[in-house]
Design a protein around this ligand. Structure first.
Ligand code: B12
Ligand code: SF4
Ligand code: SF4
Length: 415
């Protein structure tokens, strides 16, 4: 007996997932080919775990669960109210939207477990043999977007994100691979049409062609995944982004429409997207949004006041290891560790053109982490002025690390 997939989707919605679709557990040969080709071209360099062998497994669901027959693919919208723009009394950074609240892995994983328990009971006697399932959220063990595309959960945007009807790309993706045989959904017949807004909006040129991301230039990679120094030629292009980047999503007309339809407002009560800013021609008829599913915003995604979306960069530069652990304990930001975050803060301050940052940067020039010292030197070189120059000259006398010495010399050459 075939299980009622509508009941399964209903249960997903009751858990707070915003879209649920089903596809078979057949392999994903096109995705495998694309990923392996991108690895070979170096577009995924800097993600050492992302190997051709891993891609092979992630595109082969029965390598993850031998009896796999279906994949339930799930999206959870993380749109929340937009905070007020900060005043300019001090330089501010920008944190990407997905990191304003708690870490989504910690929110979605327990829900997947709850879902699997329910499924096991629901499948009950209709299932021959034992119910089996594997749960995935962003582990890289599963090609989340390829699964979502084939199941009709959304379509590939040219910025490589999956766009869903109703929520745009403001969704996290997750899957349950199971040995249950379920009725599958068809892929959507939707695409971006002639729109290419995101490709032109990317500040670092990380989207050289539609559907192609050069991870090594992407600010999301540079601020979150990269462990070492940020290439000097990319630093000036990063603006005040200190954790992740949403630019290619913020400019997307499908996303703007989603924000408008959800009625999200800024702190002063005005809608996030003024109606007139969405030009009709930017959204093809195909992309017209279908009736809106229920929206159950997860309170865990709401912005946490201790983090904010636009933190004060000078204050942030002074945090200790202990402060960092306490402040970002439940946040995705903990991934960068203090040294990665403060490296990014230095770059943002270097781009701020705000000399008020100089005393804090001079202090950071003597931080115990060489990564922070090196990027503070670069920022001082960018901001310039006699005070910054003298601090750099003095630091060069005492600096023991050759990489930081090089950064200081590079910074001094900017004067
Ligand atoms: C590695 C990774 C990254 C890397 C590399 C991203 C990348 N594009 O590859 C970095 C660190 C840069 C990154 C950044 C971000 N990421 Co990320 N990331 C991943 C991860 C772990 C693997 C992605 C992957 O397989 N990349 C390999 C490339 C080759 O795959 P792909 O881009 O999907 O390629 C497909 C398309 O190019 C398509 N394609 C190729 N040619 C053509 C041609 C046509 C005509 C069409 C239609 C399609 C098409 O086929 C390819 C194979 O399926 C996934 C989680 C997971 N397990 O899947 C999350 C994931 C993709 N990331 C996510 C998010 C939210 C982000 C950020 C928005 C975070 C942020 N705010 O900073 C940015 C977005 C950057 C961007 N523009 O993509 C979400 C995306 C949700 C969504 N709606 O799509 C995911 C799914 C995590 C999750 N579970 O929610 N990420
Ligand atoms: S996330 Fe930012 S840097 Fe990366 S592709 Fe999009 S706009 Fe470019
Ligand atoms: S900005 Fe345009 S091209 Fe880019 S993802 Fe959105 S609809 Fe597609």
């Amino acid at each position: 007996m075939m299980l009622d997939v509508e009941k399964i989707k209903e249960f997903a919605y009751s858990l707070g997932f915003t879209t649920a679709r089903i596809t078979s557990a057949a392999a994903f040969p096109e995705a495998k080919q694309v990923i392996q080709e991108r690895i070979a071209r170096g577009l995924l360099d800097g993600l050492p775990w992302f190997t051709a062998e891993r891609a092979e497994v992630s595109c082969q669901p029965d390598a993850l669960l031998p009896e796999a027959r279906s994949i339930i693919t799930l999206a959870m919208c993380y749109l929340t109210e937009q905070p007020e723009e900060p005043d300019d009394t001090t330089p501010h950074g920008r944190i990407s939207r997905y990191a304003w609240g708690d870490d989504y892995h910690d929110i979605i994983k327990p829900k997947l477990k709850q879902f699997a328990t329910w499924l096991s009971e629901y499948a009950g006697s209709s299932q021959e043999g034992e119910f089996e399932a594997r749960l995935f959220v962003d582990t890289g063990r599963m090609v989340d977007r390829a699964v979502a595309q084939r199941a009709g959960l959304g379509w590939y945007g040219k910025n490589t994100n999956i766009l869903t009807k109703g929520w745009g790309s403001w969704v996290f993706l997750a899957e349950i691979v199971t040995n249950l045989a379920l009725l599958v959904d068809e892929p959507l017949q939707t695409n971006c049409g002639s729109c290419e807004i995101c490709l032109h909006a990317c500040p670092t040129g990380a989207l050289p062609n539609p559907y192609e991301l050069d991870s090594t230039r992407c600010i999301s990679f540079l601020t979150i995944e990269l462990r070492g120094s940020i290439p000097v030629e990319l630093r000036p292009l990063m603006g005040n982004l200190i954790f992740g980047c949403d630019i290619c999503q913020e400019v997307c007309p499908v996303n703007k429409l989603a924000e408008k339809r959800l009625g999200l407002r800024q702190a002063d009560g005005t809608p996030i997207v003024p109606l007139q800013s969405i030009k009709k021609r930017e959204v093809s008829a195909q992309q017209q949004i279908i009736s809106l599913p229920r929206f159950q915003p997860q309170t865990e995604f709401l912005m946490r006041p201790t983090i904010g979306s636009n933190p004060d960069l000078i204050e942030l530069l002074s945090i200790t290891e202990e402060d960092f652990r306490e402040r970002f304990r439940r946040s995705p930001i903990k991934r960068t560790k203090r040294r990665g975050l403060l490296r990014n803060v230095c770059v943002a301050l270097g781009n701020s053109n705000d000399r008020r940052a100089i005393p804090a940067l001079i202090k950071a020039l003597h931080d115990e982490e060489m990564l922070i010292r090196g990027h503070a030197a670069w920022a001082l070189g960018r901001l310039g002025g006699p005070e910054a120059r003298m601090a750099l000259q003095e630091a060069l006398q005492v600096e023991a690390d050759t990489e930081v010495q090089q950064e200081i010399r590079y910074a001094l050459a900017m004067f």
